[in-house]
Design a protein around this ligand. Structure first.
Ligand code: 7TS
Length: 400
């Protein structure tokens, strides 16, 4: 599918055609995204929101049009609910800091899950260093899916927020996010959805989900690095304080007292990466030009095929993917071969996979291992590439 849109895919690595299977870490970028950013640097560049001059207006228009693209992409009610951040990590830190400051008292609790990325664990621990809050952890079952009954039991009168990954970056498990939000809302508890691994693979409708906060990164969905999104319901964004202070986020400043700008600018201190927001908008265009139906059909087929083929390898252990096919992220180990050795030798064959704990150490410990090899697919991957991965693994295992 459209491989020619991604120049990097024609590279040779160690004498082999590149087989790029590290898409959960970051996806490659189509020409349209890179070209739009280059074009803006060459012909439009000026700081946004600050100038009366032509270029500044034009850059501002592009930047705000990108915000509108994101609003439409996730069906937010208003563009003022779209905060541009550097990525999922910054988005979650913003909520942990600002929501934690305004809406949590000592002894209050946040619920996260055992399958979180570190970026949905550590920000809450940082909050703990400023305020003694509790972090409750929803366990996973032995089949590596969330234990929803346990989640319900963890909810207490002190629970102030549930912060949960939509899709696990290690297992590819798609969590029942609508059900989780329903359960939380029945207790008047807001939910932060870490959509880093879902935004690239499925449509998100924040109004249909009734999500309170949603965080995702541009670079995992064919967009540039350094740009991400925090969606927040207006009522929460109005209530919680700014995360950073500086230019753009202010109303009036004196040494005695400062008022804050309206949404979304209250949360966007300093010069935003307005070139990257254009890139993100073109990435959304790219996804929409293919369409979710096509993308999902292709990625599900790839994942099913990969699971089928990988299972033919002796001594393979695949984590997760018990209940359904899940997202196109597959973690595995082969017998006693160290994940790092397997990844390094696959690299020699031009195959890029991820190895290690994938920034989800508590989950990796729960799986009883020190790390895994992870193959993750995007819309441009092919069955031939999966065949190359499988024969590469067979070749490497025969060396041990
Ligand atoms: N949440 C999840 C579920 C993720 O997978 C990641 C990144 C993040 C948050 C953080 O995103 P960032 O863009 O702010 O860094 N995950 C991975 C990964 O699996 N391999 O490299 C980065």
């Amino acid at each position: 599918m459209n491989r020619e849109d991604f120049p990097i895919l024609t590279r040779n690595i160690h004498g082999h055609s590149l087989v790029y299977l590290d898409n959960a870490a970051t996806t490659q970028k189509p020409r349209s995204v890179v070209d739009a950013m280059t074009e803006e640097y060459y012909n439009v560049n000026a700081n946004v929101h600050r100038g009366v001059h032509f270029l500044s207006q034009q850059a501002t228009d592009l930047h705000e049009a990108a915000r509108e693209s994101v609003r439409r992409f996730i069906n937010a009610r208003s563009a003022s609910e779209i905060i541009f951040t550097r990525g999922t990590t910054e988005s979650i830190n913003l909520v942990a800091y600002s929501f934690g400051q305004e809406c949590m008292e000592p002894g209050d609790e946040v619920i996260v899950t055992e399958m979180e990325h570190h970026s949905n664990i550590v920000p809450w621990q940082l909050l703990q260093t400023r305020k003694p809050i509790g972090i409750r952890v929803c366990p996973i079952t032995d089949d590596a899916v969330l234990d929803i009954q346990a989640l319900e039991k963890l909810i207490s009168p002190r629970t102030r927020i549930i912060s949960v990954a939509h899709v696990s970056n290690v297992l590819g498990t798609v969590n029942p996010i609508a059900e989780i939000i329903n359960i939380a809302h029945a207790h008047n508890i807001p939910v932060l959805v870490d959509a880093a691994q879902s935004a690239p693979h499925m449509p998100l409708d924040v109004q249909a989900l009734d999500a309170d906060f949603v965080a995702f990164s541009g670079h995992k969905m064919y967009g540039p690095t350094g740009i991400g999104v925090l969606y927040g319901k207006e009522k929460w964004l109005e209530r919680i304080p700014p995360y950073m202070g500086g230019g753009e986020m202010i109303g009036k400043v004196t040494f005695e007292h400062t008022t804050f700008n309206s949404l979304p600018y209250k949360f966007e201190a300093g010069t935003p990466d307005y070139i990257a927001t254009t890139g993100l908008a073109r990435a959304i265009d790219y996804i929409e030009s293919i369409g979710w139906e096509e993308i999902q059909k292709h990625e599900h087929e790839l994942t099913r095929y990969a699971l089928e083929q990988l299972q033919t390898i002796p001594d393979i252990h695949i984590y997760g993917h018990k209940a359904d096919t899940g997202d196109p992220v597959i973690s595995f180990n082969i017998g006693a071969i160290h994940h790092l050795d397997l990844g390094t030798l696959l690299d020699q064959l031009g195959i890029a996979v991820r190895t290690g704990h994938h920034c989800a150490e508590p989950l990796i410990h729960r799986l009883g291992v020190e790390g895994t090899v992870r193959a993750s697919f995007a819309l441009y991957n092919t069955k031939e590439e999966i065949d190359i991965l499988v024969s590469g693994i067979r070749r490497v295992s025969s060396m041990f």
